[in-house]
Design a protein around this ligand. Structure first.
Ligand code: GAP
Length: 474
């Protein structure tokens, strides 16, 4: 790492996010966004479940990505390939031999640690692409600086590369897993490469064109910290753009710009984003940058944007024996397209969006409120409907009517519990942009009170105009 980069990283480290990770974790659980997996059994490392509001937020994130990457582009199509694929795919991709992280064990408390992360925390540059030898050299040289995250010890075993692929016994009835291992996919993009020809032959696309996919991926991550940032079962939104080799770098730069702009459109403050260039490119890559977000634990990778050259299609051609080249019908030229990849996790976007939205505000009466200032398109619930009092059947009936009308268009919630002030606070905490209250005047005038989450201002809107009003606002 250059001196300037080190200084820049140090400076940025000192600026903290407004919310601490532990506060966000307990808030996310309390308000039904994220639950630890299998909690009644004591939890299951690095696996999490999305609760009722979390599943809505994740769905809205995926929809926003799909709209930006597929719907709004004439030359980009979607795909949903399987989690299980032919095991040879993972040999061709290099995952069987080289998809590993350096693991060491603390000799004092036996905690397993990722050595590149340990070194990084001590200010020493290292990454998972280094050989065992290189990593062990750094481990010895920096022994005094390293601290076990659990017990603080500084005596570690030798680092060994640990393969991250998760194995299964699918279709193997021998009882011996290692004999013919199958894998849960370690990344979704391999499904795109092996379907390149199918897409080309079945849909009217020609180079340049892209294939996008959202789906689960699995990795035996060594460290199970940082909440949903690093999960063993996670979801990726990956996009591969197939281009003529000579246009690779221009397209790469274009996609870098587009992806940066995408995060601004998603409501992320630019000061919480930064670029990180990979120091140590894999041999086939022509360029690799990450977009990093300022999480509560500092700037970390949100999305990777890679120029992968012709590596993937060439490898799959070799290993499958099938020709995966492209023929230009106009010039009759035949070539292996180059690939520009943009790859981001749903979970990392979720954590970024949640961190960004989380706000604690002091109110005029001296009280504070917690409010999630999601962009409206991402809010799990768009409108909450309240009868002013739950023991007045005429108010409840009218409120139910309004709720019934609106819920066919948007995710809505009906709430008649506690006073209206408390109901506002509850909706603020889950980021609902609008609350509608039905009161006695509604029965006379047909008007309801609509309250805005961010300004907390209220206005009267006619019941029959509510749908149009929300269509415009949402
Ligand atoms: N196909 C390229 C690829 O998979 P990657 O950088 O390993 O590249 C892409 O992963 C993105 O997937 C990351 O930028 C991150 O957003 C997400 N991701 C990777 N590992 C993850 C994990 N263990 N938990 C959650 N998200 C993860």
């Amino acid at each position: 790492m250059t001196k300037e980069k080190e200084v820049e990283k140090e400076t940025q480290k000192t600026e903290q996010q407004k919310v601490k990770l532990e506060d966000l974790v307990s808030f996310a659980k309390r308000r039904g966004f994220v639950f630890p997996s299998s909690e009644v059994y004591g939890g299951f490392g690095a696996v999490y479940d999305y609760g009722p509001y979390g599943v809505e937020l994740a769905k809205n994130i995926k929809e926003a990505w799909w709209k930006a990457m597929v719907q709004e582009n004439e030359n980009i199509v979607g795909l949903d390939s399987s989690i299980f694929m032919h095991p040879k795919i993972w040999e061709a991709s290099g995952h069987v031999s080289g998809f590993s992280d350096p693991l060491a064990e603390c000799k004092q408390c036996h905690t397993r640690v990722r050595v590149d992360h340990l070194l990084e925390e001590a200010g020493v540059f290292a990454d998972e692409k280094m050989s065992e030898e290189e990593i062990n050299k750094l481990l010895v040289e920096n022994k005094e600086k390293l601290r076990c995250p659990k017990c603080g010890g500084s005596d570690f075993s030798e680092a060994k590369n640990f393969n991250l692929l998760v194995q299964s016994n699918l279709g193997n009835f021998t009882g011996d897993w290692d004999k013919e291992p199958t894998y849960l996919r370690g990344e979704t993009c391999q499904g795109i490469y092996v379907n390149f020809k199918n897409v080309l032959d079945s849909v009217r696309v020609k180079i340049p064109f892209g294939i996008a996919q959202i789906g689960k991926a699995f990795r035996n991550e060594i460290t199970a910290r940082q909440f949903i940032f690093r999960k063993r079962e996670f979801e990726q939104m990956e996009f591969q753009y197939f281009v003529r080799p000579e246009n690779g770098m221009t397209e790469y730069e274009r996609w870098r710009e587009r992806r940066w702009q995408y995060y601004l459109n998603l409501g992320i403050n630019e000061k919480n984003l930064r670029w990180h260039e990979h120091e140590n490119l894999v041999f086939y890559a022509k360029a690799a940058w990450d977009i990093e977000y300022r999480y509560p634990f500092g700037f970390k990778e949100l999305e990777g944007i890679h120029h992968r050259g012709d590596y993937d299609l060439t490898q799959h051609s070799k290993f499958s024996g099938k020709d995966l080249s492209y023929r230009d019908l106009q010039t009759n030229e035949k070539y292996i397209p180059h690939v520009i990849e943009t790859a981001v996790g749903v979970d990392r976007t979720f954590l970024a969006v949640l961190t960004e939205a989380y706000t604690e505000e002091e109110l005029e009466d001296g009280k504070t409120r917690t409010v999630l200032k999601f962009p409206k398109k991402l809010a799990p619930i768009k409108v909450a409907v309240f009868p002013l009092m739950k023991n007045k059947p005429e108010l409840v009936k009218k409120a139910r009517e309004v709720f019934g009308e609106l819920k066919s268009e948007w995710m809505c919630e009906f709430d008649d519990n506690g006073n209206v002030g408390k109901r506002y606070r509850r909706q603020d905490e889950i980021g609902t942009p609008y609350c509608v209250t039905i009161d006695f005047d509604t029965l006379e005038t047909g008007e309801v009170t609509v309250r805005d989450r961010d300004t907390m201002k209220q206005e009267r809107v006619k019941t029959e105009e509510l749908k149009d009003w929300f269509s415009e606002k949402l």
